[in-house]
Write a protein that binds this ligand. Structure first.
Ligand code: BV8
Length: 248
């Protein structure tokens, strides 16, 4: 076991571990990330073209179909060892908080129970006018479909750019980032705010901040430990190391 892993493992004997995940955690499940050039979801589009309310107003069919494609892609993949390692960590750490920017629901499918979804969930649908969830709607040839209550267009229950994050989720994320012993920032380019603030809040509060990412990010220079590898490989090793140190 390498030294950083051992040191992190001893620190994680602590009671309070907070984790922030991004698209990189789902990459090994086959879900394209946003910014990896060769496979990034944005490769074909720019965020402004798709993930904003304005884009939806301008071209609701394009935006709905992009999300329908992503929903189908996510339904066809499985959680990877990174998701399973985090579900295992939740079972072993007294106060464990998993905050995710991902909208694919793979953490929950891997068994994580208390997941703080900052950007919503692609498997849920809501009315664009009422901003309320819609479970079923009459199937018609119209794309996007319409709200059975008010006839407004339906949209995915995700947070687009220029939309505010769910207040309760963001408040809990800030609270658990500022009150933890170890903060793991995993698989995120750390460029989208306000989520990208969280590791820096943890740093300012004196937590041991660990970044797990094969590429550098704006956090890399400030993190106490950087495990420059794939989450699906590093996390199972980290969980095993923590187990070793927790029971001596
Ligand atoms: C807000 C859900 C207040 C939808 C997403 C100008 C106008 C308006 C707003 C702004 C502005 N300038 C800045 C802003 C704020 C803006 C922002 O931060 N923009 C950025 C681009 C500068 N933020 C917002 O708009 C937020 N709301 O501020 O509200 C407001 C209100 C009104 C008006 C103004 C402001 C809302 C942000 C949420 C947007 N929704 N997703 C959907 O999924 O379609 S963002 C989306 O990208 C993700 O959810 C994620 O959060 C984000 C970043 O992606 P990552 O997860 O980090 O993934 P990425 O591909 O970038 O990186 C992957 C990483 O994994 C890489 O580092 C890679 O190296 C690594 N990796 C790859 N493989 C592996 C790996 N790591 C480990 N293991 C591997 N195997």
């Amino acid at each position: 076991m390498n030294l950083p892993l051992a040191l992190i493992a001893t620190r994680a004997r602590a009671q309070r571990v907070t984790v922030l995940t991004g698209a990189g955690v789902s990459a090994e499940s086959g879900v394209p990330t946003f910014r990896d050039a060769q496979t990034g979801l944005w490769a074909q589009f720019r965020p402004e073209e798709l993930a904003t309310p304005g884009a939806f107003r301008r071209n609701p069919r394009l935006v709905w179909e992009w999300y329908a494609w992503r929903r189908q892609l996510v339904a066809g993949v499985q959680p990877n060892p990174a998701h399973h390692a985090l579900a295992e960590l939740e079972r072993r750490v007294p106060q464990f908080t998993l905050i995710t920017q991902n909208v694919d629901g793979l953490h929950q499918r891997a068994g994580s129970r208390a997941v703080v979804e900052l950007h919503g969930n692609i498997t849920r649908t809501k009315c664009f006018e009422e901003d309320t969830l819609v479970e079923t709607w009459p199937e018609t040839s119209e794309v996007p479909p319409r709200c059975p209550r008010c006839g407004g267009l339906l949209r995915p229950d995700v947070v687009w750019f220029e939309e505010s994050l769910p207040a309760a989720a963001l408040a809990l994320a800030h609270e658990r980032s500022a009150a933890c012993d170890v903060f793991l920032s995993i698989g995120t380019s750390t460029v989208v705010y306000p989520a990208a603030e969280l590791p820096f809040h943890a740093l300012a509060s004196g937590a041991t901040v660990v970044e797990i990412n094969p590429q550098p990010t704006p956090l890399t220079a400030k993190a106490e430990y950087v495990l420059a590898g794939a989450a699906g490989e590093v996390l199972p090793e980290l969980v095993a190391a923590i187990e070793l140190f927790r029971h001596g």
